[in-house]
Design a protein around this ligand. Structure first.
Ligand code: KIV
Length: 271
C-alpha cells in the first residue's frame, strides 16, 4: 500500500517565526509557475519566492531590470494557483517602488491580491519609510540587502558586499534600520558568511541567505540553478541537486533536507 504523506498545514508568518525561534532553518526556492509551485510545495519547501530573476530564467533577458510589475503579478497568480501550503513571497520589480510611495503601496496591494503573502524589495535605509508604511498597511516585508541585482548598474558587477569595514558597518546599520521599520524578514545576497551570521545573531527577525553562509535563519536559491539549468553564469553559491537524483522532485527534496540539516551551504558555496 502507498504510504500516506502527512498533510502540511499552511505556512504562515507565525509558522516562519516559530521555526526561527526554534532554530529550524527556513527553506526558500524561487518559483514562477503553477506546476512547479505544486511540486515544490509537495517537496516541503517553506517559502516560494516569485523572484524577479524570472527576467532571466523565464523571459531570457540579461538582468532583472526590464521586468515589470505586471509580470510579477501574473507569475504570483500562477504560483498561487498551484500552491497549497507554502508561503508566497514576491519581488517588487525595478521601478515599481522607487518613483512614488503611493504607487509602491498600490503595487504591493495588487501583488497581495494576486496571492503573495509577503513582498521583497531591494535597497538601503532610504526605503525604510516605505517598509514602515507597508507593514502598517498589513503587508509583511522582506528587505533584500548585500548584493542587490536591481542596482547592478551602480554596483558595477557581481561583487560580494560587506568585505570592508565600512561595508560591514553599512550592512549592520541597514539590517537594524529595517528591523526598526518593521520588516518581518531580511535577505542577504553575496555577503561574507561571518558577517551574515554576526548580523543574524544581532536581530530578532529571521534572515535568509543566498551566498551568505550557513549562519542565516534560512536559505534561498534559484530553482533553475539547483536543477542545473543555467541560462547564464553558474554562481559559486549554488549547487546542482540534480546530480545523483532521478527526478526533479527528488532533487528538490534533497535541497530541502540539506538546508534543514545545515549541510548546505558548505564553505565552498560561501564567501
Ligand atoms: O529574484 C530572485 O531570484 C532573488 C534571489 C536572488 C534571492 O531575489
Amino acid at each position: 500500500m502507498l504510504e500516506q504523506k502527512e498533510m502540511r498545514k499552511p505556512v504562515r508568518l507565525s509558522t516562519l517565526n516559530k521555526m526561527y525561534e526554534n532554530g529550524e532553518p527556513i527553506v526558500m526556492l524561487t518559483c514562477y509557475d503553477a506546476s512547479f509551485a505544486h511540486l515544490l510545495d509537495e517537496a516541503g519547501v517553506d517559502m516560494l519566492l516569485v523572484g524577479d530573476s524570472l527576467g532571466m530564467t523565464i523571459q531570457g533577458k540579461s538582468s532583472t531590470i526590464p521586468v515589470s510589475i505586471e509580470d510579477m503579478e501574473y507569475h504570483t497568480a500562477c504560483v498561487a494557483r498551484g500552491n497549497k501550503t507554502a508561503f508566497i513571497i514576491t519581488d517588487l520589480s525595478f521601478g515599481s517602488y522607487q518613483v512614488n510611495e503611493d504607487v509602491a503601496v498600490q503595487n504591493c496591494v495588487n501583488l497581495m491580491k494576486a496571492g503573495a503573502n509577503m513582498v521583497k524589495l531591494e535597497g538601503g535605509e532610504e526605503i525604510c519609510p516605505l517598509v514602515r508604511r507597508l507593514t502598517l498597511a498589513g503587508i509583511p516585508v522582506c528587505a533584500h540587502i548585500g548584493f542587490t541585482p536591481q542596482s547592478i548598474n551602480t554596483i558595477g558587477g557581481f561583487f560580494v558586499q560587506g568585505r570592508t569595514d565600512s561595508g560591514k558597518e553599512k550592512l549592520k546599520r541597514e539590517a537594524l534600520a529595517f528591523q526598526e521599520a518593521g520588516a518581518a524578514m531580511l535577505l542577504f545576497e553575496m555577503v561574507p558568511a561571518d558577517i551574515a551570521s554576526e548580523i543574524t545573531s544581532m536581530l530578532r527577525i529571521p534572515t535568509i541567505g543566498i551566498g551568505a553562509g550557513v549562519g542565516t535563519s534560512g536559505q534561498v536559491l534559484v530553482l533553475h540553478d539547483i536543477l542545473n539549468i543555467y541560462a547564464g553564469r553558474k554562481p559559486k553559491f549554488s549547487k546542482n541537486f540534480m546530480e545523483g537524483s532521478s527526478s526533479i522532485q527528488e532533487a528538490v527534496e534533497k535541497y530541502v533536507k540539506a538546508v534543514k540539516e545545515k549541510t548546505f551551504p558548505t564553505p565552498t558555496h560561501s564567501f
